[in-house]
Design a protein around this ligand. Structure first.
Ligand code: DGJ
Length: 739
């Protein structure tokens, strides 16, 4: 609910557990009033009146100035600290006073209130255009507050879209240059947040290739801590989400936690700024490092959304709000036979570039026999692709591997009752390719300067519309010709030397180009699903999830490493999007040998995939895979649609216990993996959540054998007895069903 008090000129935004308030001051500036948890007994019409006077933000002493919490901080009103927007104007705004020097450009922007409106159809920038509905399409209120510089012809609209049931406010800006000259924006965040002073404990993730999503918690000092990507994808090194709380005031299931995530997959930045006064601000949006946004006369620009919220129930509460928001409001809900993500087979680690019809057909028969539903052919099926040195860009079937085309394999996969998926890396080109030989000018580079190849490839210049169009036509033809149900959409390098015909706009044009390709393909082929992959988890964010169905979280498939990676992933993203494979006993990334049970127990925590060399497995091993897959199909409605609790996180006792429970408490999945077993240490019991106290639950093993029975009350007070979850150094997945 959004309300406005015209007397005090105060806005109140009410969500299920939280409030947000700001006020128009006597000089028509927007001042942040507060953001936090509503008292439990608050009535729906209890609001912040706006009558209490603000603190003196600009005391007259020199060196103590500019602490005013403007809803939008502009360079001009603020220069000593970080601004949300910084603009350069090339002309004089008005006649100069006598003696004033006429130096240009004018880097001064001050935004003042003009008007506001509440609507239910507002969309942030780069919202999906594929037309596929999301799970929950009920309209949401958006407050739009229009501001203008007193003399420059520039309008800025601050947008606040409410998803009250998840305590989430999406924030974005709409910019309009109504003047006669181009205005450049050197800084353009999607919004700035003011958090209560002392909210300085930051939870985020760090990583690199094969070590994505490593959770980190740190205490911020005075100054600015920056998380960012300086590439054309989201980044392996960190991810655009955060949680913030007062140190010691929040834990997994308790305490007030602020959270935020960017719906953008390119060069982004989040700056956490603690002023010397302890004022705490978060600025997030386009990375200002090289992304100058030029607004031509008459031009408008709408930024993507900064998804923000605050909750009273700890980091777990923040994660569950992120999950529910993404499941219900972000992910496309394609029309298909089952609402659950299929069990996938991917042959990358089984075949690498050594592809043949016979080898793939044999894998597909074994995969189908064990219950796989989607068979995906990975890299190597096209052009001259016999290694990563050649072929990218030539999206035509490799005749030496598939002499009769791909049709025979597709037909075999369909005959076996599976869907067919294909790997592509559409934004890239190898210099050793027909595409590059035909169009050497189509790659990002600075003329006359060295350019770096990475994995022997260059990035296509999506600043050129003809390039994006060319790629669309190729992918569109592939989907039509081979009845493709699933693209694994990869991107295997960072951007360097980002020279483009689009200039600095390439940072945004590239993301917009990728999104538009996905949106157009999905609109034309509603049966097509897409997996986002960038050498593993390099492109995961709320923006890409608006047009993809699942993501490849990491190339690291070692189950013990994977527990940590998946735990970090679960901080912001739902299990329904987390593709996880069971691969070989002897892991290809770490060399570690791990049991099949452990590998399945970890992979079944998301969207199960198989990546093992099936042609090297015995009949007995294949049968074991089939048993696990049958079990996964029984529990996946709970894993993929359930509410997730991290009952124990690795950081405390080296064990990870995750529970998924259906909202009505009728079924749950309990998954335990002990990574660091210490003799003589009795870990705390993992108490289940979300069950019904009065109900009785049967606890079933993977063969549906009942191994224990207890009331919801007992399970939520005492947990499961140790003998049901196994001895030391174990992993186990159990299915709880209300009887
Ligand atoms: C990187 C991906 O993460 C892998 O799964 C695989 O698809 C390779 N690229 C193929 O080149």
């Amino acid at each position: 609910m959004i309300s406005f008090n015209p007397t005090t000129r105060t806005f109140n935004l009410h969500l299920q557990n939280s409030y947000y308030a700001f006020q128009i001051d006597e000089q028509d500036r927007l001042l942040h009033t507060g953001w936090g948890i509503r008292p439990r007994d608050a009535a729906s019409d209890d609001v912040v009146s706006g009558l209490s006077p603000h603190l003196p933000f600009d005391p007259p002493w020199s060196f103590i100035t500019q602490y005013r919490p403007d809803e939008i901080l502009t360079f001009g009103d603020v220069t000593a600290f970080q601004a949300t927007l910084k603009a350069s104007f090339p002309t004089l705004p008005q006649p100069l006073a006598a003696g004033e020097s006429a130096h240009l450009p004018v880097r001064d922007l001050r935004l003042r209130y003009l008007s506001h409106v509440i609507v239910t159809d507002a969309q942030p920038g780069l919202a999906p255009t594929h037309g596929i509905p999301v799970e929950n399409t009920t309209p949401r209120e958006t407050l739009r507050v229009r501001l203008k510089d007193p003399v420059q012809a520039i309008f800025v609209t601050l947008c606040y879209r409410l998803t009250p049931e998840h305590d989430i406010i999406e924030r974005w800006l709409e910019l309009e240059n109504a003047g006669a000259e181009t205005v450049t924006l050197d800084v353009c965040y999607f919004s700035s947040l003011h958090l209560p002073n002392g909210t300085t404990e930051l939870t985020h993730v760090t990583g690199t290739w094969a070590r994505e999503f490593t959770p980190h918690r740190e205490r911020l000092g005075i100054g600015t801590r920056v998380l960012e990507s300086r590439s054309l994808q989201t980044s392996h090194n960190t991810n655009p989400f955060f949680m913030l709380n007062r140190p010691g005031h929040a834990w997994e299931e308790t305490g007030t936690v602020y959270f935020g995530a960017l719906a953008y997959s390119g060069s982004w930045q989040m700056a956490f700024e603690q002023l010397p006064t302890l004022h705490m601000r978060v600025h997030a949006g386009y990375n200002p490092s090289d992304d100058q946004l030029a607004l031509a006369p008459g031009e408008r620009h709408t930024t993507p959304a900064f998804v923000t919220g605050v909750c009273p129930d700890g980091w777990g509460g923040a994660s569950r709000r992120f999950h529910a928001f993404t499941r219900e409001r972000v992910l496309p809900r394609p029309v298909r036979d089952s609402r659950f993500r299929p069990v996938l087979y991917n042959g990358w680690e089984a075949s690498y570039f050594d592809l043949s019809y016979a080898g793939q057909a044999e894998l597909s028969r074994k995969a189908a026999a064990m219950g796989v539903e989607l068979f995906c052919v990975d890299d190597g099926w096209f052009g001259a692709r016999r290694s990563d040195h050649a072929g990218l860009g030539d999206w035509f079937v490799r005749a030496d591997a598939f002499p009769e085309g791909l049709e025979a394999l597709v037909a075999e996969v369909h005959r076996l009752g599976m869907k067919f998926g294909l790997w592509v890396e559409p934004e890239m080109v190898n210099p050793d390719s027909d595409l590059y030989r035909a169009h050497p000018e189509w790659v990002l580079h600075f003329p006359g300067r060295p350019r770096t190849e990475s994995r022997n490839q260059l990035i296509l210049d999506f600043g050129r519309e003809e390039v994006v169009e060319y790629i669309f036509n190729l992918l569109d033809t592939l989907v039509g010709r081979y009845a493709i149900s699933f693209f694994k959409w990869d991107m295997n390098r960072l951007a360097t030397e980002p020279g483009s015909v689009a200039g600095q706009a390439i940072w945004r044009r590239h993301v917009a180009g990728v999104y538009s390709l996905m949106d157009r393909l999905r609109a034309k082929h509603p049966g097509l699903d897409i997996q986002s992959c960038s050498g593993g988890g390099g492109r995961v964010d709320v923006g890409i999830l608006g047009r993809t169905d699942q993501v490849w979280v990491s190339d690291n498939t070692d189950a013990l490493d994977r527990i940590r990676i998946q735990e970090g992933y679960s901080l912001a993203y739902p299990a329904r999007t987390m593709e996880a494979w069971v691969t070989h006993e002897h892991n290809h990334q770490t060399g570690r040998v791990l049991s099949l049970g452990l590998r399945f127990d970890v992979a079944m925590r998301g969207v199960l995939g198989i990546g093992s060399s099936l042609n090297q497995l015995s009949e007995a091993e294949l049968a074991e895979y089939a048993r696990y897959i049958a079990f996964y199909k029984r529990i996946r409605p709970v894993v993929q649609d359930g509410v997730q609790y991290r009952l124990e996180r690795l950081e405390e006792f080296g064990a990870s216990v995750v529970e998924y429970v259906l909202p009505d408490g009728s079924e749950a999945v309990f998954s335990v993996v002990v990574r660091e077993y210490l003799i003589g240490v009795a870990r705390p019991a993992a108490l289940l959540k979300g069950l019904r106290s009065a109900a009785t639950y049967a606890i079933l093993d993977r063969d549906e054998k009942e191994i224990y029975r207890a009331t919801g009350y007992e399970l939520m007070t005492l947990g499961l007895p140790l003998e049901t979850i196994g001895p030391v150094g174990y992993s186990r997945t159990l299915h709880l069903k209300r009887v």
